[in-house]
Ligand binder design. Structure first.
Ligand SMILES: Cc1ncc(COP(=O)(O)O)c(C=O)c1O
Length: 452
């Protein structure tokens, strides 16, 4: 796949001199040495998982299940570098470690960073699964191209994600009913400052230990009028880091007041958009039709993220909840703009039944209280019946209780630590001892020792 078109323009090289006659040329006049007529766009290498170079760790990390540990990442990560002249370089799976980044790197100055979040699930049948990884891979490209980072084949990205967890999950995800968090990331790198499309970039994928969550019901604090997460023409639809940093102060304020997340409100009309870094759903009875509706903000004005959990909730509800289910009334599934005034009216009329937030990290969390500029509103059910039903269905798919094509089984290979040959170690140590005795080498060795 080619890079974003703007990047592509940089690649046009002039290859032939012009035959255009310029003004006042005589026989003796020199035409310009080069002029923009014939152009060639060099072939850029695609991201190719089949060429991946694998280097397994010789120093495996001690296993732990502690998401609060200083280092939560597993033993390996995947990296792939890109530059505008040659495209993608060979991806590597290697021991996880720090990034080698120049201080002038584009991502550090111009927020050329985007990421994804998905999980690997250890099923109750022992199998390892990813949940709709193709959707994450496709969304990653939407995000990267929004901030002038390169594109890549989504299926190549998906393959690399699978490769990482096929190695690390056997050790790091042993228990049925648990999950690992996976974070594919792309950053603009390079060595020169300048507000321009990054000429170099890096993709990396890491996996991290994640707590088993039984999401507790949440309280939300509606955002202040002067605090806007996203706007039409902006980048709220993309999973770019620039969406998150500026939201942290509001989040902190919500937490310090005893709320769990911010409910992001947009515009003077007070449109309800998202809850924290999650999509937001309401179940209410429509004032005009008296029908029970599952409603969520739409994607068409591009101010919310096209959440994969959101999409799955909508699809499963359309499939299973539009007719009567046992004693549960059928739902109308609605994606449209709605406002806090609509919600407050529904609350006053006793029509606000359930609310919940959805996202990969915290999955589906019921919402039982919303504070909006002096008014508190609560749905009739704190942990609603529809919420519980939908959550149970999706969880069943993720952990393999229900067979479904959304859950992709990944074959595992694991990794063995290479044993070290003691004679090799002794020979190496001997060489270092010799060098240490040499004054020219001693300082350099000390520096290296400090580094490692
Ligand atoms: C702003 C925002 N909205 C919604 C979501 C939920 O998306 P998903 O269900 O794909 O995790 C996320 C998390 O990725 C997010 O960051």
């Amino acid at each position: 796949m080619s890079p974003p078109s703007a990047v592509g323009q940089n690649l046009v090289r002039v290859t032939a001199a012009s035959s255009l006659a310029g003004p006042n040329y005589t026989d003796s006049s020199e035409p310009p040495a080069v002029a923009p007529v014939a152009t060639t766009v060099p072939e850029l290498a695609e991201l190719d998982p089949s060429k991946v170079k694998i280097t397994l760790t010789r120093n495996p990390k001690p296993f732990h299940e502690n998401p609060g540990a200083p280092d939560t990442t597993t033993d390996h990560w995947i990296t792939a570098k890109w530059n505008y002249k040659t495209g993608w370089q060979t991806p590597e799976l290697k021991p996880s470690g720090p990034i080698d980044l120049w201080p002038a790197a584009s991502c550090l100055h111009y927020a050329t960073e985007c990421f994804e979040g998905l999980k690997a699930y250890r099923g109750f049948d022992g199998s390892l699964r990813l949940f709709r990884p193709n959707c994450n891979a496709a969304r990653m490209i939407i995000s990267s191209t929004r901030i002038a980072l390169p594109s890549c084949s989504p299926s190549a990205l998906e393959e690399l994600i699978k490769l990482l967890i096929s190695h690390d999950a056997p050790k790091w995800l042993p228990k049925p009913g648990t999950c690992l968090y996976i974070r594919p990331t792309m950053i603009g790198t390079g060595t020169a400052l300048g507000v321009q499309i990054p000429k170099e970039a890096m993709l990396f994928i890491l996996a991290a230990v994640f707590p088993v969550l039984d999401a507790k019901p949440m309280r939300l604090l509606a955002s202040r009028e002067n605090s806007i997460r996203s706007w039409p023409g902006g980048f709220g639809f993309a999973k770019v880091g620039a969406n998150y940093g500026p939201s942290l102060m509001a989040h902190e304020e919500a937490q310090s007041k005893g709320y769990d997340q911010i409910l992001w409100i947009f515009d003077k009309s007070c449109q309800v958009t998202e809850a924290g870094a999650s999509n937001f759903f309401v179940i209410w009875r429509n004032k005009d039709t008296n029908k029970l509706q599952l409603i969520t903000a739409p994607l068409d004005n591009r101010i919310i993220l096209d959440g994969i959990t959101r999409r799955s909730v909508l699809e499963i509800a359309r499939d299973r909840l539009t007719g009567t289910t046992g004693e549960l009334e059928g739902l109308e599934i609605v994606e449209r703009t709605y406002t806090m005034t609509d919600l407050i009216d529904a609350h006053k009329d006793g029509r606000f039944i359930e609310a919940f937030a959805t996202g990969t990290a915290y999955f589906i969390s019921p919402v039982y209280d919303i504070h909006f500029r002096g008014t508190d509103i609560q749905p009739l059910q704190k942990s609603g019946r529809y919420t519980t039903l939908i959550k149970g269905w999706l969880k069943g798919i993720m952990y393999g209780k229900e067979r479904n094509e959304w859950a992709v089984v990944v074959k595992e290979v694991g990794f063995k630590t290479e044993t070290i040959d003691e004679t090799e170690v002794e020979a190496f140590a001997k060489k270092i001892r010799e060098l240490k005795g040499n004054t020219a080498w001693a300082a350099a060795l000390e520096r290296v020792a400090r580094e490692i």
